[in-house]
Write a protein that binds this ligand. Structure first.
Ligand code: ADP
Length: 612
């Protein structure tokens, strides 16, 4: 999914953290809801208990009034005296002392006017208009009149009983009147905080409201509240939530009937007050969760940066490397995986660089080889041309002389010179052939036991004959060991060295050939007093076509002689080396392994000191 959305590493990490946090938040919300319901249920149970108690207290009070009035009514019924202030007053006064909180206790005569009161006031007041007076006069024994208007216009509750002698008749009414709100004094300080206690009359009208909150208007009807309706119908009602008409807020509450007096008592608690502690806790939980989430996001961000930044840096470096802008190694750091990647990139870059360098070197070499070839072709052409031109000159002269009548025998010197040129050409061509053989691996020697001294002497003689004006010195010991060599090839090497010595050194300087046994090798040294070879070029002169920078370019040569010689000596298992100092001359040394010390050749002559 992440791949399809093309999300970066940082976003993925953040999403993963968020995905961890969300179930936690959901769980917190669920457990909050659970606790809320539990708490509502618990509080409701308490509330129900409280309501039952309140109902019992109020109905107990009404029953108490009832029994008191019943006893008093019996007493009055049995009275033979006229029931007036003087006869009834003291009894009423005693009752008033017992019920200090009631408004008034009075006796109404059969005509409906007050005959006696506890204080003696209001005697003579006509109460015939009150329904309860009429009901009792009409035959009822007991009336609980809950909405009786008092003189001051306030609402009074009147508990009244008819006074009827046992033999019949009707002597009046004894009644207790009280303001309903005084009922709340029955619960001094017992109502828990946040709780409102409400008593409604049988019509659902509020009689008492005590406890928390503003005292609501007493005209409020509560008959529409379902639990009140239930209680008025004699049942027990309870609910965890209802909209209270008393303050327009949500409450939980319970309602029970007040004995069999037709009233109901209800206690309520605002939903807010019930939920507040839980809400506080939930808010705290949410805050903590939010902080945790923030911390997680922060951590995710920091982590992802720690991961992503080195990767991005690696990517940038890899791009730079790919474009060839940088070959610097990438610094290795960060988490192990990133370090491994950096190291891998560095290895790759090194490899690529090395291969690149190799290719460059190969290219350079190839270019050099091409240059050498071009140079060689021109030098070789020039070298071949020189003897050819000379040869052609000699032939033309000979023809001209023959045509001029010169005797053929007189052409002898000319023909000899022509022959020399042919020899030179042959030499050049055979050098080229040797190089071709060496390159193709077809170069072989055929060794046989050779006595070195005669061979060396022969070469000296040939070279001396070719260069009669030069001095060739020979320095051979009396005994030299027999060696295993290919005689024409060894001769070729020696000739090449002696001819080089003659060619590069001034005509007045001698060339010396010496031979001696050094340890298990025979060393033949050809020494001259020529220009020498610069130290830095000495290792190159044995390479193909290489000619030292200090030679006179007029001296002809292909740069092949030493190369072929070196190959020949190597094929013999020996070494060809040079010891030279510019301006001091050069000494080329052929070192060859000696086959067997016993097989020493002895030559008859004295140690040779040949000088021509
Ligand atoms: P060539 O003589 O045809 O140039 P060689 O292979 O025989 O080729 O010699 C290679 C180079 O070594 C010569 O061009 C010259 O620069 C140098 N060299 C060889 N022999 C001598 C020498 N005796 N004295 C000075 N330089 C020499």
């Amino acid at each position: 999914m992440f791949d399809r959305l093309r999300l970066g590493m940082a976003s993925r990490l953040l999403l993963a953290f968020a995905a961890l946090i969300l179930p936690l938040a959901a769980f917190a919300a669920w457990s909050y809801q659970q606790s809320l319901e539990e708490r509502r249920e618990n509080v409701l149970q308490d509330q129900l208990q409280l309501t039952r108690t309140a109902g019992a207290v109020i109905s107990g009070q009404l029953r108490d009034f009832d029994t008191t009035l019943l006893a008093s009514a019996h007493g009055l019924a049995a009275q033979s005296r006229v029931l007036d202030q003087s006869s009834v007053g003291p009894m009423l006064e005693a009752l008033a002392q017992r019920y200090a909180w009631v408004q008034s206790i009075f006796f109404i005569g059969p005509d409906g006017t007050i005959e006696a009161t506890a204080t003696g006031e209001s005697v003579g007041t006509d109460l015939t208009a009150h329904p309860y007076v009429r009901a009792l006069a009409g035959g009822a024994d007991f009336v609980l009149a809950d909405s009786t208007a008092a003189e001051d216009g306030r609402q009074l509750v009147v508990v009244a009983r008819a006074v009827r002698p046992v033999d019949g008749g009707y002597r009046g009414i004894i009644a207790i009147a009280f303001y309903p709100e005084r009922l709340s004094e029955l619960f001094p300080g017992t109502l828990p905080e946040q709780t409102r206690l409400v008593v409604v009359d049988r019509g659902g009208t509020l009689l008492v409201s005590s406890g928390t909150g503003a005292r609501p208007a007493s005209t409020i009807g509560l008959a529409d509240v379902p639990i009140v309706r239930t209680a008025l119908a004699g049942g027990v009602g309870s609910t965890t939530e209802f909209l209270s008409p008393l303050d327009g807020e949500y409450h939980l509450g319970a309602a029970v009937p007040v004995g069999d007096y037709g009233w109901a008592v209800m206690t309520t608690r605002s939903s807010d007050s019930v939920e507040a502690p839980l809400n506080d806790r939930f808010r705290r939980d949410l805050l903590v969760l939010g902080l945790v989430m923030l911390a997680a996001l922060l951590l995710g961000w920091v982590l992802s940066r720690a991961l992503v930044l080195p990767l991005a840096r690696l990517a940038r470096r890899a791009h730079a490397f790919g474009r060839g802008e940088s070959t610097e190694p990438i610094e290795v750091g960060g988490p192990p995986e990133v370090r491994a990647l950096a190291e891998a990139l560095n290895t790759m870059s090194r490899e690529v660089q090395a291969r690149f360098n190799e290719r460059e070197a190969a290219l350079e070499e190839a270019k050099l080889a091409l240059d050498v070839r071009d140079q060689f072709v021109s030098v070789a052409a020039h070298e071949l041309r020189t003897p050819l031109t000379a040869l052609k000159g000699h032939v033309q002269i000979a023809r001209r002389r023959l045509a001029g009548g010169v005797a053929a025998t007189d052409l002898e010197p000319l023909l000899r010179r022509a022959e020399t040129q042919v020899d030179r050409l042959t030499g050049l061509v055979s050098d080229l052939l040797d190089v071709a053989r060496i390159s193709s691996g077809g170069f072989v020697i055929e060794p046989e036991p050779v006595a070195p001294a005669p061979l060396i002497r022969r070469v000296a003689e040939i070279e001396q004959a070719l260069a009669p004006g030069r001095r060739i010195e020979l320095d051979l010991p009396q005994r030299l060991p027999v060696i295993d060599a290919d005689p024409p090839r060894l001769e070729q090497v020696l000739i090449n060295l002696v001819e080089n010595a003659l060619k590069y050194s001034p005509p007045d300087k001698p060339v010396r050939i010496a031979a001696e046994v050094v340890e298990d090798r025979l060393e033949i040294v050809v020494q001259d007093q020529g220009p020498g070879i610069p130290a830095e070029e000495q290792e190159y002169i044995f390479e193909r076509f290489h000619r030292a920078s200090n030679v006179d370019r007029n001296i002809s040569g292909l740069g092949l002689g030493l190369y072929i010689s070196w190959e020949i000596v190597q094929a013999h298992g020996g070494d060809l080396t040079v010891d030279s100092e510019p301006g001091q001359g050069s000494a080329f040394c052929i070192a060859l392994p000696i086959e067997a010390v016993e097989a020493e050749e002895e030559h008859d002559e004295d140690p040779v000191r040949m000088e021509s």
